[in-house]
Design a protein around this ligand. Sequence first.
Ligand code: 0JX
Ligand code: SF4
Length: 312
Amino acid sequence: MDILLANPRGFCAGVKRAILMVENALKIYKKTIYVKHELVHNQYVITTLRQKGVIFVEKISDIPNNSIVVFSAHGVSKKTQEKALKKQLIILNATCPLVSKVHKEVSKASEKNIETIFIGHKGHPEVTGTIGQYNNKNSKIHLIESIEDINKLPIKQDNKKLNFFTQTTLSIRNTQSIIRFLKKKFPYISGPKKEDICYATTNRQNAIIKLSKITDMILVIGSKNSSNSNRLAELGKETGVFTKQIESFLDIQKKWIKNIKYIGITAGASAPEFLVKQVIEYLQKIGAENIKEVSGNQEKISFNIPKYLTLP
Ligand code: 0JX
Ligand code: SF4
């Protein structure tokens, strides 16, 4: 059996920035750091930070007044931000700049009374945070998850003040077909040139498609609540290649790899490379021979952390 590694895979710029912000904050403040929601959706990352003293909470009310709070990479709503300010918390905002960009657009639409349709997964923290940027009593933001939802929208077809935005970690294929239907039904709708799906999501989805053409099984490393990792596993399955999503090498079942000649490995944007290495080592122990990095889009993008969080 040979191992083929997808490229790019694993940490994106937003995740690297969020983790560095928390690690530096621990060193600079030498105090308990609270994080609103899981900083990124990966169990290994969360456990490691917890061991360093980070406390993860779902509600701002669970944080003592005057403490330090980090907003997760997925971002928060305006209401959450207000609650944190009321408690006089020191806010370190680790929202990915690409999510913040969508926040600004949604907020602008709200100020301008532009009715808005948001494509995303209900209950996902990024969706809650982005929808929570819209705060207008005279106009509305509507969440849709599928083409079927479009026909249920209480919006007039000839509405000329209508916008759409999307979650950053959606399936490119599904989202494009939703947008096509949206434009057909609402001819005056405007929105981003393509969609708001980020570069990292796009590149990892393209990389798994490439991997699927040269492998007979794919392992996707990523936690169950990671939207972008789930989309990778879904896409792997859609290509027809036997695909399994795992948290770590411990989830691998030997029966999966019986008779497999070329096994592909990829990792979601929140899954550390360390987990990929562990999977490779495990596969080598049970007989994998050659390892090849599949060529792919090189990612040069990086996001700065705030100056006050940089170490000397
Ligand atoms: O569930 P998501 O894919 O949005 O988040 P995850 O797995 O933490 O990935 C990195 C953060 C992405 C924000 O857009
Ligand atoms: Fe930012 Fe994209 Fe990474 Fe999300 S997946 S944190 S939007 S770069």
